[in-house]
Design a binder for this molecule. Structure first.
Ligand SMILES: [Zn+2]
Length: 274
Protein backbone atom coordinates (compact mmCIF):
# COMPACT_ATOMS: atom_id res chain seq x y z
CA UNK A 1 0.00 0.00 0.00
CA UNK A 2 1.32 3.45 -0.90
CA UNK A 3 1.05 5.73 2.09
CA UNK A 4 -0.61 9.05 1.69
CA UNK A 5 1.53 12.12 2.21
CA UNK A 6 2.39 12.68 5.85
CA UNK A 7 2.03 16.30 6.88
CA UNK A 8 3.40 17.93 10.01
CA UNK A 9 -0.20 18.25 11.15
CA UNK A 10 -0.62 14.49 10.96
CA UNK A 11 2.18 13.68 13.37
CA UNK A 12 -0.30 12.48 15.97
CA UNK A 13 -3.30 11.11 14.09
CA UNK A 14 -6.10 9.25 15.77
CA UNK A 15 -5.62 5.49 15.91
CA UNK A 16 -8.44 4.61 13.48
CA UNK A 17 -7.56 7.44 11.13
CA UNK A 18 -3.92 6.34 11.05
CA UNK A 19 -4.72 2.68 10.42
CA UNK A 20 -7.13 3.61 7.62
CA UNK A 21 -4.66 5.88 5.92
CA UNK A 22 -1.32 4.17 6.49
CA UNK A 23 -2.15 0.49 6.87
CA UNK A 24 -0.93 0.08 10.41
CA UNK A 25 -0.35 2.09 13.56
CA UNK A 26 3.37 1.19 13.54
CA UNK A 27 3.73 2.40 9.94
CA UNK A 28 1.91 5.62 10.79
CA UNK A 29 4.27 6.24 13.71
CA UNK A 30 7.33 5.49 11.54
CA UNK A 31 6.16 7.98 8.93
CA UNK A 32 5.49 10.53 11.62
CA UNK A 33 8.95 10.08 13.07
CA UNK A 34 7.53 9.00 16.40
CA UNK A 35 8.26 5.30 15.97
CA UNK A 36 10.91 5.37 18.64
CA UNK A 37 9.47 5.87 22.07
CA UNK A 38 11.03 8.74 23.96
CA UNK A 39 12.73 7.63 27.15
CA UNK A 40 13.56 9.56 30.28
CA UNK A 41 16.50 8.94 32.57
CA UNK A 42 15.83 8.13 36.21
CA UNK A 43 18.24 10.11 38.37
CA UNK A 44 17.93 7.43 41.03
CA UNK A 45 19.26 4.40 39.13
CA UNK A 46 20.57 6.00 35.93
CA UNK A 47 18.43 3.79 33.67
CA UNK A 48 16.11 5.07 30.95
CA UNK A 49 12.38 4.35 30.87
CA UNK A 50 9.57 4.97 28.41
CA UNK A 51 7.07 4.98 31.29
CA UNK A 52 9.10 6.53 34.04
CA UNK A 53 6.09 7.15 36.28
CA UNK A 54 5.45 3.41 36.37
CA UNK A 55 9.10 2.84 37.28
CA UNK A 56 8.90 5.36 40.12
CA UNK A 57 5.69 3.77 41.39
CA UNK A 58 6.96 0.20 41.25
CA UNK A 59 10.62 0.36 42.30
CA UNK A 60 12.76 1.59 45.14
CA UNK A 61 13.45 4.74 43.07
CA UNK A 62 11.32 7.59 44.34
CA UNK A 63 9.36 10.23 42.47
CA UNK A 64 11.59 13.32 42.23
CA UNK A 65 9.90 16.33 43.79
CA UNK A 66 8.39 19.03 41.60
CA UNK A 67 10.28 22.22 42.42
CA UNK A 68 8.45 25.10 44.06
CA UNK A 69 8.74 27.00 40.76
CA UNK A 70 7.17 24.09 38.86
CA UNK A 71 4.32 23.97 41.37
CA UNK A 72 3.79 27.71 40.95
CA UNK A 73 3.68 27.33 37.16
CA UNK A 74 1.14 24.52 37.44
CA UNK A 75 -0.95 26.44 39.96
CA UNK A 76 -1.19 29.33 37.50
CA UNK A 77 -1.90 26.98 34.60
CA UNK A 78 -4.69 25.35 36.56
CA UNK A 79 -6.19 28.74 37.46
CA UNK A 80 -6.37 29.44 33.71
CA UNK A 81 -6.78 26.94 30.89
CA UNK A 82 -5.42 23.85 32.63
CA UNK A 83 -7.45 20.87 33.77
CA UNK A 84 -6.63 18.41 36.53
CA UNK A 85 -7.16 14.84 35.36
CA UNK A 86 -8.31 13.03 38.47
CA UNK A 87 -9.18 9.56 37.11
CA UNK A 88 -6.48 7.60 38.88
CA UNK A 89 -4.45 7.17 42.05
CA UNK A 90 -2.29 10.09 40.99
CA UNK A 91 -3.44 13.16 39.10
CA UNK A 92 -1.90 14.89 36.11
CA UNK A 93 -2.53 18.26 34.49
CA UNK A 94 -3.48 18.85 30.86
CA UNK A 95 -3.50 22.13 29.02
CA UNK A 96 -4.89 22.47 25.48
CA UNK A 97 -4.47 25.61 23.39
CA UNK A 98 -3.45 26.89 19.97
CA UNK A 99 -0.31 28.58 21.35
CA UNK A 100 2.29 25.91 20.71
CA UNK A 101 5.23 28.24 21.40
CA UNK A 102 4.04 28.84 24.96
CA UNK A 103 3.35 25.14 25.57
CA UNK A 104 6.86 24.26 24.43
CA UNK A 105 8.32 26.87 26.80
CA UNK A 106 6.22 25.38 29.60
CA UNK A 107 7.24 21.85 28.63
CA UNK A 108 10.92 22.74 29.13
CA UNK A 109 10.24 24.22 32.54
CA UNK A 110 8.20 21.24 33.72
CA UNK A 111 10.77 18.54 32.91
CA UNK A 112 10.92 15.69 33.78
CA UNK A 113 7.22 15.96 34.65
CA UNK A 114 5.95 17.04 31.23
CA UNK A 115 5.33 14.40 28.58
CA UNK A 116 5.78 16.90 25.77
CA UNK A 117 3.56 18.94 23.46
CA UNK A 118 1.39 16.96 21.06
CA UNK A 119 -0.99 17.97 18.35
CA UNK A 120 -4.52 17.55 19.68
CA UNK A 121 -6.66 18.62 16.74
CA UNK A 122 -4.79 19.06 13.46
CA UNK A 123 -5.65 21.61 10.82
CA UNK A 124 -6.84 18.78 8.61
CA UNK A 125 -9.07 17.49 11.40
CA UNK A 126 -10.41 21.00 11.82
CA UNK A 127 -10.87 21.08 8.04
CA UNK A 128 -12.80 17.80 8.09
CA UNK A 129 -15.07 19.25 10.74
CA UNK A 130 -15.44 22.48 8.84
CA UNK A 131 -16.44 20.64 5.66
CA UNK A 132 -19.52 19.46 7.44
CA UNK A 133 -20.38 23.00 8.38
CA UNK A 134 -21.71 25.55 5.87
CA UNK A 135 -18.56 27.66 6.04
CA UNK A 136 -15.73 28.27 3.64
CA UNK A 137 -13.04 26.51 5.62
CA UNK A 138 -10.12 27.16 3.28
CA UNK A 139 -10.01 30.89 3.88
CA UNK A 140 -10.92 30.79 7.53
CA UNK A 141 -7.72 30.52 9.52
CA UNK A 142 -9.60 30.47 12.83
CA UNK A 143 -11.35 27.28 11.85
CA UNK A 144 -8.13 25.72 10.62
CA UNK A 145 -5.95 26.62 13.57
CA UNK A 146 -4.65 23.41 15.16
CA UNK A 147 -4.68 22.92 18.91
CA UNK A 148 -1.93 21.41 21.01
CA UNK A 149 -1.91 19.54 24.27
CA UNK A 150 0.65 19.42 27.04
CA UNK A 151 0.16 16.63 29.55
CA UNK A 152 2.18 16.22 32.72
CA UNK A 153 3.05 12.86 34.20
CA UNK A 154 0.83 11.58 36.97
CA UNK A 155 2.42 12.47 40.28
CA UNK A 156 1.30 12.10 43.90
CA UNK A 157 2.39 15.73 44.36
CA UNK A 158 -0.37 16.86 41.99
CA UNK A 159 -3.05 15.28 44.18
CA UNK A 160 -2.92 18.46 46.28
CA UNK A 161 -5.05 20.09 43.56
CA UNK A 162 -7.93 17.62 43.94
CA UNK A 163 -9.65 19.89 46.46
CA UNK A 164 -10.11 22.53 43.75
CA UNK A 165 -12.81 20.25 42.29
CA UNK A 166 -14.73 19.35 45.45
CA UNK A 167 -17.78 21.13 44.03
CA UNK A 168 -19.12 20.86 40.47
CA UNK A 169 -16.87 23.67 39.27
CA UNK A 170 -13.22 24.59 39.65
CA UNK A 171 -12.58 26.64 42.80
CA UNK A 172 -9.35 28.23 43.93
CA UNK A 173 -8.36 27.38 47.52
CA UNK A 174 -8.88 30.12 50.12
CA UNK A 175 -5.25 29.84 51.28
CA UNK A 176 -3.95 30.70 47.80
CA UNK A 177 -1.49 33.57 47.42
CA UNK A 178 -0.44 35.04 44.10
CA UNK A 179 3.22 35.05 43.07
CA UNK A 180 4.60 36.47 39.83
CA UNK A 181 4.93 32.97 38.33
CA UNK A 182 1.39 31.97 39.33
CA UNK A 183 -0.12 35.18 38.02
CA UNK A 184 1.95 35.02 34.83
CA UNK A 185 0.45 31.65 33.80
CA UNK A 186 -3.05 32.66 34.91
CA UNK A 187 -2.83 35.82 32.82
CA UNK A 188 -1.54 33.87 29.78
CA UNK A 189 -4.62 31.64 30.07
CA UNK A 190 -7.42 33.93 31.24
CA UNK A 191 -5.98 37.40 30.76
CA UNK A 192 -6.67 39.95 28.06
CA UNK A 193 -4.91 43.16 27.23
CA UNK A 194 -7.53 45.68 26.18
CA UNK A 195 -5.74 47.98 23.82
CA UNK A 196 -7.13 50.18 21.07
CA UNK A 197 -5.54 52.12 18.26
CA UNK A 198 -6.78 55.51 19.47
CA UNK A 199 -6.48 54.97 23.23
CA UNK A 200 -2.98 55.51 24.51
CA UNK A 201 -2.87 53.09 27.39
CA UNK A 202 -3.89 49.47 27.79
CA UNK A 203 -5.93 47.81 30.54
CA UNK A 204 -5.24 44.27 31.68
CA UNK A 205 -8.26 42.12 32.48
CA UNK A 206 -8.58 38.70 34.05
CA UNK A 207 -11.78 36.83 33.21
CA UNK A 208 -12.73 34.51 36.02
CA UNK A 209 -16.29 33.32 35.50
CA UNK A 210 -15.79 30.29 37.75
CA UNK A 211 -15.23 32.61 40.74
CA UNK A 212 -17.52 35.53 39.93
CA UNK A 213 -19.55 34.90 43.07
CA UNK A 214 -16.33 35.20 45.10
CA UNK A 215 -15.27 38.58 43.73
CA UNK A 216 -14.10 39.78 47.15
CA UNK A 217 -11.80 36.80 47.47
CA UNK A 218 -10.30 37.29 43.99
CA UNK A 219 -9.91 41.01 44.64
CA UNK A 220 -8.16 40.26 47.94
CA UNK A 221 -5.63 38.04 46.11
CA UNK A 222 -4.57 41.10 44.16
CA UNK A 223 -4.76 43.50 47.11
CA UNK A 224 -2.31 41.28 49.04
CA UNK A 225 0.29 41.96 46.35
CA UNK A 226 -0.55 45.65 45.94
CA UNK A 227 -3.07 45.84 43.12
CA UNK A 228 -6.68 47.03 43.05
CA UNK A 229 -8.85 45.63 40.24
CA UNK A 230 -12.47 46.58 39.73
CA UNK A 231 -14.93 43.75 39.27
CA UNK A 232 -17.86 43.31 36.93
CA UNK A 233 -19.51 40.02 35.91
CA UNK A 234 -16.49 37.83 36.51
CA UNK A 235 -14.05 40.26 34.90
CA UNK A 236 -11.32 41.85 37.00
CA UNK A 237 -10.07 45.02 35.34
CA UNK A 238 -6.90 46.96 36.20
CA UNK A 239 -6.46 50.66 35.57
CA UNK A 240 -3.64 51.92 33.37
CA UNK A 241 -1.18 52.43 36.19
CA UNK A 242 -1.90 49.06 37.82
CA UNK A 243 -1.66 47.33 34.43
CA UNK A 244 1.84 48.59 33.83
CA UNK A 245 3.01 47.66 37.35
CA UNK A 246 1.21 44.32 37.35
CA UNK A 247 2.81 43.23 34.06
CA UNK A 248 6.21 44.30 35.31
CA UNK A 249 5.67 42.38 38.56
CA UNK A 250 4.61 39.28 36.55
CA UNK A 251 8.00 39.23 34.84
CA UNK A 252 8.99 38.87 31.22
CA UNK A 253 6.24 37.50 28.95
CA UNK A 254 6.57 33.82 28.08
CA UNK A 255 7.16 33.10 24.37
CA UNK A 256 3.92 33.17 22.37
CA UNK A 257 2.19 35.57 24.77
CA UNK A 258 4.38 38.69 24.37
CA UNK A 259 1.38 40.51 22.88
CA UNK A 260 -0.41 40.42 26.24
CA UNK A 261 2.50 42.46 27.65
CA UNK A 262 2.59 45.03 24.81
CA UNK A 263 2.65 48.70 25.78
CA UNK A 264 1.53 50.12 22.44
CA UNK A 265 -1.18 49.16 19.99
CA UNK A 266 1.46 48.82 17.26
CA UNK A 267 3.50 46.36 19.32
CA UNK A 268 0.32 44.47 20.23
CA UNK A 269 -0.77 43.96 16.63
CA UNK A 270 2.75 43.00 15.53
CA UNK A 271 3.18 40.45 18.32
CA UNK A 272 -0.29 38.89 18.28
CA UNK A 273 -0.32 35.53 16.46
CA UNK A 274 -2.63 35.49 13.40
ZN1 LIG B 1 15.32 4.42 38.86
Amino acid sequence: MTPATFNEDDRFPSYTGAVNRFGSWTRAKELAGVGETQTVECKGCGERFAHIGKHWNNSSCRWPALSSTQLELLTGVLMGDGTLLRDGTNCCIGIEMANREYLEWLDQRLQPFSTGVKLKHSSSEQLERAKEAPLDPIRNSTVLKPSYLLLTRRSPQLNRFRGWYDTYQKRYPSNLSLTPAIFQQWYCGDGTLNIRAKAANPHATITCKNEQDRAEFITSLFQEVGFEPTHRNGRFVFDVEDTSELLEWAGRAPPGFEYKWADTYKAYTELKPP
